[in-house]
Design a protein around this ligand. Structure first.
Ligand code: MG
Length: 377
């Protein structure tokens, strides 16, 4: 079989700033797949490419690599920069570029684009405008107006040249046209509209709800007592003559919880995210680390369902603090207190806990996919 001479580039490096949800739009789950993977798989199932290259936010490339065997490339500060990064290692003469926000593929339209390969430097789907169009206070001839869509099929070398030459462009055709390249328009598709606002979630025909699957994660942390430090557990100041020896503020409860959350999300451990060799985390406020982990987890379309924490310590007595810890954690995590359980126990005077040398916390967290459907019903 002849190898395809087209590379598919999917642009998924955007921050979804216009979207207004905690989850980035490329991470809204469709059944068991984040949106970006659904788009990649839809292309894969219908067309043959030499390679699929996915451009991702630099902080997410490693995580995305766990989902697929496609090449994941770090995005830049703009669409053009991201695309230029993706083009660097492409060997095929043609590149089909699609924004991940164009998540509903019109297979016939894309077949039409690919069948015109080589007829111009870039083949572009465009929609006619059916409404009256004004420019300022003057109606213009709408037959001369086109709304440009993706995917666009470009000659790789000319597209690379166009991106190197030019300032910021919002699509390939305008960059190629700016250096005098040829542009061929084909009929676009209403089905291939872009996911930009929450309202689009309601309108786009190909979206489906996330599955109700859940993931459990376990975390454990131990810190030794140290005099002259204040004791913090779950962000709550505990009345005790000592605190915990630590590089950070020593909030052993939050550290165990963070590891449980990262575990459920498949995101490694607390040391990878906040290394204690990094001086910027000296004396770190653990509640801020927890906030950061929450936004990381929510950003990739996950939502905590429940956490259960067990504190093993001989001293001090913590029963009077459980309510305060729960409400503190609920506030930081932005989940209901009902979904946080805190238990405290001793080790019956045995071992280092029994000798009152320190405290261990065990944490279990359950995450589900963020149910974005509830935002639109
Ligand atoms: Mg710790």
């Amino acid at each position: 079989m002849r190898m395809s001479d087209v590379t598919l580039i999917l642009l998924a490096a955007g921050g979804s700033t216009r979207f207004g949800l905690a989850a980035k739009k490329q991470w809204l789950y469709q059944d068991e797949k984040p949106l970006w993977l659904k788009v990649a798989d839809d292309f894969r199932e219908n067309f043959e490419f030499a390679e699929i290259v996915i451009v991702a936010p630099p902080s997410e490339t490693g995580y995305m690599g766990l989902f697929c065997g496609d090449r994941i490339v770090s995005g830049g500060n703009s669409r053009s920069e991201s695309l230029a990064n993706a083009l660097e290692d492409i060997r095929t003469p043609y590149a089909l570029v699609n924004d991940i926000a164009r998540c509903c593929l019109d297979i016939e339209m894309i077949k039409g684009i690919l069948s015109r390969k080589g007829e111009a430097d870039v083949i572009v789907p465009a929609l006619k405008v059916v409404d009256t169009v004004y420019y300022g206070d003057k109606a213009v001839d709408r037959d001369k107006i086109k709304m440009i869509q993706t995917p666009q099929l470009s000659r790789t070398d000319i597209l690379a040249k166009a991106l190197a030459a030019a300032a910021e462009f919002t699509d390939e055709s305008s960059a190629v046209a700016a250096i005098g390249g040829s542009v061929r328009f084909v009929n676009g598709s209403q089905a291939a509209q872009k996911l930009t606002t929450l309202d689009d979630l309601r309108r786009l025909p190909c979206l489906s709800p996330p599955s109700s699957r859940t993931f459990a994660g376990f975390g454990i942390d131990t810190h030794a007592f140290e005099e002259g430090r204040s004791m913090l557990l779950g962000g709550v100041k505990i009345d005790a003559p000592f605190g915990y020896r630590a590089h950070s503020d020593g909030d052993v409860l939050i550290h165990a919880l963070i590891d449980a959350l990262l575990g459920a999300a498949g995101m490694g451990d607390i040391g990878e995210h906040f290394p204690d060799t990094d001086e910027s985390y000296a004396g770190a406020d653990s509640t801020e680390l927890l906030e950061e982990v929450m936004s990381l987890i929510r950003g990739v379309g996950l939502e905590p369902a429940h956490v259960d924490l067990t504190i093993l310590t001989e001293t001090p007595r913590l029963s009077g603090y459980k309510g305060a810890m729960r409400s503190s954690l609920a506030k930081i995590m932005n989940i209901s207190e009902r979904n946080i359980n805190i238990k405290a126990t001793t080790s019956e005077k045995m071992g280092f806990i029994g000798r009152k040398e320190g405290t261990t916390v065990h944490a279990v967290a359950t995450l589900g996919y963020y149910n974005w459907m509830k935002e639109i019903s």
